[in-house]
Design a protein around this ligand. Structure first.
Ligand SMILES: CC(C)(COP(=O)(O)OP(=O)(O)OC[C@H]1O[C@@H](n2cnc3c(N)ncnc32)[C@H](O)[C@@H]1OP(=O)(O)O)[C@@H](O)C(=O)NCCC(=O)NCCS
Length: 161
């Protein structure tokens, strides 16, 4: 709770996040933690981003069970911006969403001015979609597999044990 209070009480962090009030009070932090712990994980999965034992951000998937799609959201403390941490953490969550949950598509929308967020979505391999109010990006399960295809078993050389 203390960690969330620290990084979310920042008007620059909340600049494009209408749902994060400023100032972000202790009671807002308590509510943030309470809601994230109480929400059903199979519909609203929130992961803490932890560095050296400190919560510095969160990544979440809002899952639409009917379509097997999910909306991705993320936020990380300003002290750690531009280190690639959000992209790394979101990649792990997308791998979980596609690999374990077998979702068909994961999408995200962001504000026009939030260029940093748009760059994260590009780095995740998401592509711009048609949008009305806000830029929207998405990646399908097939696209994710293609992007992350790895040769897991090399053919053994003749004579190798
Ligand atoms: C958006 C946010 C999550 C990005 O986190 P991050 O950990 O800094 O992201 P990464 O380091 O993985 O990637 C940031 C990329 O944006 C680039 N970038 C930084 N400032 C930029 C700018 N003004 N214009 C364009 N790109 C910019 C960085 O160079 C980096 O790209 P690169 O790796 O090609 O150099 C973070 O800024 C944040 O928490 N913002 C507040 C909450 C928020 O807006 N969440 C998104 C809601 S949709």
């Amino acid at each position: 709770m203390e960690d969330s209070l620290e990084y979310r009480n920042d008007s620059e962090f909340a600049r494009y996040l209408a749902h994060v009030p400023q100032p972000f009070t202790r009671s807002d932090a308590e509510e943030f933690v309470r809601v994230n712990m109480a929400e059903p994980f199979d519909r609203s999965a929130t992961f803490a981003v932890v560095l050296d034992g400190k919560v510095i951000g969160s990544i979440n998937l809002e899952i639409d069970e009917a379509t097997r799609t999910a909306m991705l959201g993320y936020g990380i403390s300003r002290s750690y911006w531009n280190l690639g941490l959000t992209t790394e953490a979101a990649e792990a969550v997308l791998e979980w969403g596609f690999g374990t949950l077998n979702l068909t598509l994961i999408w995200a929308s962001t504000s026009l001015g939030n260029l940093r967020s748009q760059r994260v979505l590009q780095k995740l391999g998401m592509t711009p979609q048609p949008w009305t109010k806000e830029p929207k990006f998405a990646v399908t399960n097939e696209e994710w597999l293609t992007l992350h295809l790895r040769v897991s078993a090399q053919p053994k050389l003749r004579g190798e044990a």
